[in-house]
Write a protein that binds this ligand. Sequence first.
Ligand SMILES: [Zn+2]
Length: 376
Amino acid sequence: MPKTAFLYAEEYQRFDYGPTHPLRISRLNLAYELIKAYGLLSMPNTRTVEVQRAGEKDLLSFHSREYIEVLKAANAGIELPDGPFFGLGSDDNPVFKGLLDWSALVAGASLQAASLVDSGMVDIAFTIAGGLHHALSERASGFCYINDAVIAILSLLKRGKRVAYIDIDAHHGDGVQDAFYRTDKVLTISIHETGAVLFPGTGFEYEMGSGQGEGYAVNIPLPPYSDDELFLYAFNETVPSLIEKFRPDIVVTQLGVDSFRSDPLAHLNYTNRGFCEVVGKIKEISPRWVALGGGGYDVVNVAKAWTLAWAIMNDVEIPDEIPKEFVKRYAGSGFENGKLRDIGYMEEGPGKDEMWSEVKRVVAFLKEKVLVKIKP
Ligand SMILES: [Zn+2]
């Protein structure tokens, strides 16, 4: 059994993006409770780690001083005149009380996860709050203020590690790609709904890094409504061979689950069955693994998917029947069918042929133009 760590803080629940915002922080608590209900935090190989906030120095390893000062002022929950210049105060990135405390907590968890894995204390660490992959060095974007993924990867680079980043969120991992676009020290891979229709409008296959970094940014855009079958094909044809060639010491993943059929923000049609196959494959190809959460706006999906992912990380089979007490406790929250795993779903009809040819075109392009550039 692998040694694993699960990172969580009761304190997450103190923060709130606001009543109409799609990102519900309560989803983290729901996932944590479901994982606990399955007994997955009391196994001998696993430890639960209480999260500590990242310090200012850690935040400054990626973000500009000016931006951090603005976040400090916004932390009081008051709109600032120059907020919009830094992406603050929009519907996506509201100014709420404690926004910097919240972001520093998320980043602290990702840093701890990286350090636990790097030190060899554990083989795998999972921080479900992490994966806020859109934040830029001087700007909030896409619900993300501080880019915990970049900060965690930078901490590993500082310790001389070679890092591969795999992002399976419905949205392109633009903030992480940007941070490492010109270096061959980090391989970034993002598989997502095409930027032609979805925020942030980037992540096309021809974005492949530049200078030293050419070939070290890999993008696998999928057409809207792509299902498990297309997702698995695109992933399996590209990601394992990339990791094999790059030979990272540590793999960092963003396991967003807004790519699921019932998610309200994106248009992909994965189920947690396809998701689990990919998570299992990531486990197989990762020498050591720092797992971050990510998007996910149907909170039932989030709880189920990350419970399944955590079970896979620990090599445990869990029953499909959700523990009765949990279903009772969360009556009316969407767990009524009492099952953990989704029913399989395949996109049907003539549109599927076009989707197949588009995905095959992207995979062929990557094999010919991008995958060949990686040097071990
Ligand atoms: Zn997303």
